[in-house]
Design a protein around this ligand. Structure first.
Ligand code: ATP
Ligand code: MG
Length: 344
């Protein structure tokens, strides 16, 4: 990948997580999963986590976590992550996450966490009734990364602010406990036209698993007809496709569709616009549907195959949990000693 910070030297360790909160969508794929596979192929040491502790910050349907956890693990593999090379595991199976999150809750400052926009978006108007967990979610995220002393975190653009917080927490821990360099300052890897895919119904809102409208997103499990139908019904405007990127200004829905086309076909937005300049959506939308289906069909097919074998997924998760514990436990021993707990 080209989006690693060129100044970083030393061994890289990659960590990223996805919540088992619903249907994975094109945004998750382009913003995160596709990069996971690329980083693994580049030979990096990678851990990919199904973050079920994050999922319970909002209400979860009774009994849904197990199957949703398997779905995310299957999607990692369908997108090209090989469990023999990368560690795939459920967050709740490794106690280090919760333990380090508590310690980090005592390192992070209220003012830092209060600035996080995701809490404001997810808590909505009634923040008083949101769980405390939803508020401290980004602190747990810092613990997820740093329990493995991970150095690089491939995520979508929506996670940029949380990654900055992780760096602040690592830096303050190192300073407070007189342990310079104890935790690395993790680098976000946010790049490409797929780093921020917007809702098909509102170009100012990101595509989300938790959006109540299924028409707002393209799910990895959608078949060709569903994809074509959602693209057909995607919000646009009455103007034709502009010839330049500047012409997309003030047209967020159109910019999003052009961005998706560019990301999936491996072109720049400029070359997509050159091809479709002056055409209407009657021409553009079927072309976009075709590119989307062609790209996703093999991934979807593999995803369905993997889901048909839940025991196989469980074996991957159990093995991954063991490997994740083996990496995080020595880090936690050092953390306990550094903080100065009895017996450490
Ligand atoms: P939720 O609505 O439950 O928060 P989500 O769709 O935001 O779900 P997450 O599990 O929170 O998904 O995020 C998983 C990964 O997908 C993260 O790296 C996140 O940055 C990335 N991601 C999420 N939405 C998008 C998007 N619209 N475009 C690009 N990347 C995204
Ligand atoms: Mg999210």
């Amino acid at each position: 990948m080209t989006d690693t910070t060129p100044t970083y030297s030393g061994p890289m360790r990659v960590f990223s997580g996805v919540q088992p909160t619903g249907n994975l969508h094109l945004g998750n794929y382009l913003g995160a999963l596709k990069k996971f596979a690329d980083l693994q192929k580049a030979g990096h040491d990678c851990l990919f986590c199904v973050v079920d502790l994050h999922a319970i910050t909002l209400p979860v349907e009774k009994g849904a976590l197990v199957s949703q956890t398997r779905q995310i693990a299957a999607a990692f593999m369908a997108a090209g992550v090989d469990p023999a090379k990368s560690v795939i595991f459920p967050q709740s199976a490794v106690l280090a996450h919760a333990e380090l999150a508590w310690i980090f809750n005592c390192v992070a400052r209220m003012g830092w966490v209060e600035r996080m926009t995701q809490f404001k978006d997810k808590a909505g108007k009634d923040a008083e009734r949101a769980s405390v967990g939803l508020f401290t979610y980004p602190v747990l995220q810092a613990a997820d990364i740093l329990a493995y002393k991970a150095t690089h975190v491939p995520v979508g653009e929506d996670q940029k602010q949380h990654l900055e917080l992780s760096r602040d927490i690592a830096e303050r821990f190192n300073r407070e406990y007189g342990a310079p360099g104890f935790f690395p300052l993790p680098e976000p890897m946010i790049q490409g036209p797929g780093a921020r895919i917007m809702s098909l119904k509102d170009g100012t809102k990101k595509m989300s698993k938790s959006d109540p409208s299924d028409l707002s997103r393209i799910n990895l499990i959608d078949d060709a007809d569903a994809i074509a139908n959602k693209i057909k019904r995607a919000k646009t405007d009455a103007e034709p496709i502009p010839g330049t990127v500047e012409g997309l200004e003030g047209r967020p829905e159109v910019a999003n569709l052009v961005g998706i086309y560019a990301a999936l076909s491996g072109q720049t937005a400029t070359s997509v616009l050159a091809e479709f300049e002056g055409k209407g959506f009657g021409a553009f939308k079927p072309a976009l549907a075709e590119v989307t289906v062609a790209h996703l069909a093999p991934i979807t097919a593999r995803y369905r195959e993997l889901l048909a074998d839940p025991e196989g997924i469980d074996r991957v998760l159990a093995d991954g949990a063991e490997r994740a514990r083996a990496v995080s436990e020595p880090v936690m021993q050092d953390v306990r000693r550094t903080v100065g707990f009895w017996g450490a």
